[in-house]
Design a protein around this ligand. Structure first.
Ligand code: TA6
Length: 299
């Protein structure tokens, strides 16, 4: 399918191609005057984003699985309706929407020159067998000079629904040891590696395995001193932020992650996780959003 959407006298054009991607999975290649992106319908996952004349912003493992029923390691996996492991054995980690097919609901070329893609998933027999609640989930992705995501959960039950969730975003960095994540100073965090609760002093730096859920932060900046690039995240509907790098041993233990790949990635995840869960009233919606923007080298 080719959708050419040049409908404005200023000749703003988006091109969105539905292609057979890695593993035969359906993917959208999005190109406009401002940027390009690749979005997998399997998992509803943005796999690549690159503003025009800039370097790729997202990281994907060279060893990622591309197969139905599996999660893709990289890009922006959607963790929903729970973040992390489920307390009941046998339930998938980080929920069940990051390893199944989403529907393409619409594609629109905006006057701003951005491209808006809407993906969705609704509860069905399969999802009800894993999580016995009715829902409609919609992911809006806006591809422009920055990348905007908004995940809307609608509670289709006649009782309140509690969820946790995250945009589990993997960012590409030159060398993770030369990265400082700002915006988390003074925030409390749960340390999933060393255990315990702590308060962040100064920017977050990586010189070993890091897996932390921070509370009380809505804006972060990834300052990559190895490339001079700064990536900014501005969240809405999120009061927690997860920072993750597996470092050496955990990288070696994961089959879908190369032994040395930990050098070039960092996850800074826009979340409702840990103490920050969300309760949605019957018939109501909740929106989790993030705007990702890039300040080029030396700006
Ligand atoms: O967000 C951090 C985390 O929860 C880590 O604990 C780590 O295991 C990671 O996600 C990746 O999880 P995955 O199930 O995709 O291997």
């Amino acid at each position: 399918m080719n959708i050419d959407l040049a409908h404005d006298h200023r000749a703003i054009a988006s091109r969105v191609d539905l292609v057979e991607g890695a593993g035969g999975l359906p993917m959208l290649n999005v190109t406009n005057d401002l940027a390009e992106a690749r979005i997998s319908l399997h998992a509803g996952q943005v796999l690549a984003f690159r503003p025009r004349d800039a370097d790729p912003v997202l990281w994907v493992s060279e060893h990622a699985y591309y197969a139905e029923g599996k999660a893709i390691k990289g890009g922006i996996p959607i963790c929903w309706p729970w973040f992390g492991p489920h307390p009941e054995p046998g339930k998938p980690g980080h929920g069940f929407v990051r390893n199944r097919l989403w529907q393409l609901r619409s594609v629109e070329s905006l006057l701003s020159g951005e491209t808006l893609i809407r993906l969705g998933m609704r509860s069905n027999e399969e999802t009800l067998a894993i999580w016995p609640h009715r829902f409609d989930l919609e992911l809006m992705i806006v591809v422009g000079t920055g990348l905007k995501l908004c995940l809307t959960t609608r509670n289709d039950n006649d009782y309140p629904l509690q969820i946790s969730q995250a945009f589990h975003t993997y960012f590409q960095v030159g060398e993770v040891e030369q990265v400082a994540v700002r915006g988390l100073e003074g925030c409390h965090y749960q340390d999933k590696v060393a255990g315990g609760e702590h308060e962040q002093e100064g920017p977050v730096t990586i010189s070993g395995e890091v897996d932390r859920i921070y509370q009380g932060s809505e804006e972060q900046e990834i300052d990559d001193q190895s490339t001079g690039r700064r990536i900014k995240l501005r969240a809405t509907g999120s009061h927690s932020c997860v920072v993750w790098n597996p470092w050496i041993d955990k990288a070696k233990a994961m089959k879908d992650f190369g032994d040395e790949e930990y050098h070039n990635m960092i996850c800074v995840e826009t979340a409702n996780a840990g103490a920050d869960s969300v309760t949605i009233s019957p018939g109501q919606t909740y929106q989790l959003g993030v705007n990702i923007s890039v300040e080029p080298h030396g700006a």
